[in-house]
Write a protein that binds this ligand. Structure first.
Ligand code: PRT
Length: 111
């Protein structure tokens, strides 16, 4: 099974939690608390990822990044989006240098 398929499966599970009982599901509880609660978790997990990196703790970097990705999937589902929407955007960018892309947005003077 490809690594991308775990994102797809997890996205599907998360979507099923909309309207599920907050008593039995962490994701349902987040949905019931609303957008700000989801955004707070993303902010928290991003900060924890930064701290793990600064501490040079690779295992913790992996764990915090997993938390960050997971909560980002919850935010996507909140907006009715799926991991496929983000994967399609990454595919669209594939092979386009960030430096070139930035210059094309800023016009010839920035090159
Ligand atoms: N991948 C995850 C996952 N990663 C992290 N978490 C939860 O996200 C929370 C992370 O928050 P913290 O690290 O800040 O821990 P905490 O202090 O306990 O959290 P808070 O009380 O502050 O919210 C923890 O409660 C973790 O258990 C996850 N919860 C669920 N999943 C997946 O989502 C599926 C659906 O989950 P439920 O909706 O709970 O059934 C599960 O089967 C898993 O596949």
């Amino acid at each position: 099974m490809s690594d991308a398929s775990i994102l797809k499966r997890l996205g599907e599970v998360i979507a099923t939690r909309k309207g599920a009982s907050p008593e039995s599901s962490y994701v349902a509880r987040l949905f019931s608390q609303g957008e700000d609660a989801i955004l707070r978790k993303i902010s928290e997990e991003a900060t924890e990822t930064v701290l793990a990196s600064k501490a040079g703790d690779k295992l913790q970097v992996v764990r915090e990044t997993a938390d960050l990705w997971f909560h980002s999937l919850v935010l996507l589902a909140y907006h009715g989006l799926t991991p496929d929407d983000v994967l399609a955007e990454l595919r669209r960018r594939e092979g386009i240098s960030g430096i070139e892309e930035r210059a094309s947005r800023q016009g010839p003077a920035a090159r």
